[in-house]
Design a protein around this ligand. Structure first.
Ligand code: F6P
Length: 360
């Protein structure tokens, strides 16, 4: 009987998920193994089980197709996160059922493709006896133990493109344009796209901001003859002393939904400076569409490496990028603590050198 590997995608989708699936299927096929994909995240492992055979022949175009052919969810029955990222215990009967079904299918191992939430579940499944290997996904880039998660580069490319477009309209109208980007409690997307897209003010969760400092930068630009300003706001940015702005409260099986800070910031800027200000919320555009070349390559490397870990029976590990190589790190090193933008790191330093304001 041929060996078979399972794969699932969990959490929010992002560009490159299909490229990982493709790399796993191709590498597994090369070893003479079959692959099945669970549908709709980990919930596909529960009764009634939902999975499909992944045929090597259908993989070709997947390299550049956005989303995930397996479907995903960030609020399934396994959900290990609620509120502002607080951990919850996964019920034992859910873990038991997943293990039973995994064994019923006679799988050699499970490749779990996800961010902090999905990999936290992966660790719980591993501790429950399921041989599992992780692949780090998230546009937020907030996972420990890897230099970068796949999906991030594609999201930054999207946000940078948005800034390029906003610049010409801001310039034409002498306006302040505020771009709200995703990233949850980390400012990676805002910081990278903000610098690459020529932002003047970048507001990130790591640096609580003050409106008078933001407005001071706008006034300074006016004095320099620059009649427009580009402000990039991470959805998790907050005014000093204030709470996060949310667009959806935490539910039983899902985290609170961030969003809305861009509009708040735009209104304050207009009120305080008298300058016409508009807001653009980039939203899920950052998560859709084809992966960048960088992400395609990273996903392919991650997928191939994940299958190698399965071959080596290196379970409870996640593939990670430690430039220039991919390596294996324990899942426990990756989960539980979000990787945020270091205040003394090169990104913040570069931005400050250019005169970009963080509103502090
Ligand atoms: O974690 C990825 C992410 O896109 C975050 O940046 C964002 O806060 C969240 O997911 C949005 O989730 P949803 O798709 O449920 O609105």
């Amino acid at each position: 009987m041929r060996e078979c590997v399972g794969i699932m995608t969990g959490g929010g989708d992002c560009p490159g998920l299909n490229a990982v699936i493709r790399a796993v299927v191709k590498s597994a096929t090369k070893r003479g193994w079959d692959t099945i994909g669970f549908l709709g995240g980990y919930d596909g492992m529960l009764e009634p089980m939902r999975y499909r055979t992944l045929d090597y022949k259908e993989m070709d175009a997947l390299l550049f197709v956005g989303g995930t052919i397996l479907g995903t969810t960030n609020k399934g029955r396994f959900s290990a996160k609620t509120g502002h990222g607080e951990l919850t215990e996964i019920p034992r009967e859910i873990l038991d059922e997943a293990k039973r079904n995994f064994q019923k299918l006679g799988l050699r191992a499970l490749v779990s493709v996800g961010g902090d939430g999905s990999l936290t579940i992966a660790q719980a499944l591993f501790e429950h006896g399921i041989p599992i290997v992780g692949v780090p996904k998230t546009i937020d880039n907030d996972l420990e133990a890897t230099a970068i998660t796949f999906g991030f580069d594609s999201a930054v490319a999207c946000a940078t493109d948005a800034l390029d477009r906003l610049r010409t309209t801001a310039q034409s109208h002498d306006r302040v344009m505020v771009l709200e980007v995703m990233g949850r409690y980390a400012g990676w997307i805002a910081a990278h796209a903000g610098i690459a897209g020529g932002g003047d003010v970048i507001l990130i969760p790591e640096i609580p901001f003050h409106y008078d400092r933001v407005c001071a930068r706008i006034a300074e630009r006016e004095r320099q003859g620059k009649r427009f300003t580009l402000v990039v706001v991470a959805e998790g940015a907050r005014e000093s002393g204030q709470d996060y702005v949310t667009s959806g409260a935490a539910e039983k099986h899902r985290e609170a939904r961030l969003g809305g800070i861009g509009a708040v910031v735009a209104a304050q800027i207009q009120q305080r400076t008298g300058k016409e200000t508009r807001v653009c919320v980039l939203g899920h555009l950052q998560r859709g569409g084809a992966p960048t070349t960088f992400d395609r390559l990273l996903c392919t490397r991650f997928g191939a490496r994940a299958v190698e870990l399965v071959a080596e029976e290196k379970y409870g590990f996640m593939v990670a990028l430690r430039p220039p190589d991919t390596v294996a790190v324990k899942l426990t090193e990756a989960i539980g603590r979000l990787r945020t933008v270091p205040l003394d790191g090169d990104i913040v330093h570069t931005a400050r050198s250019l005169g970009i304001s963080f509103g502090d």
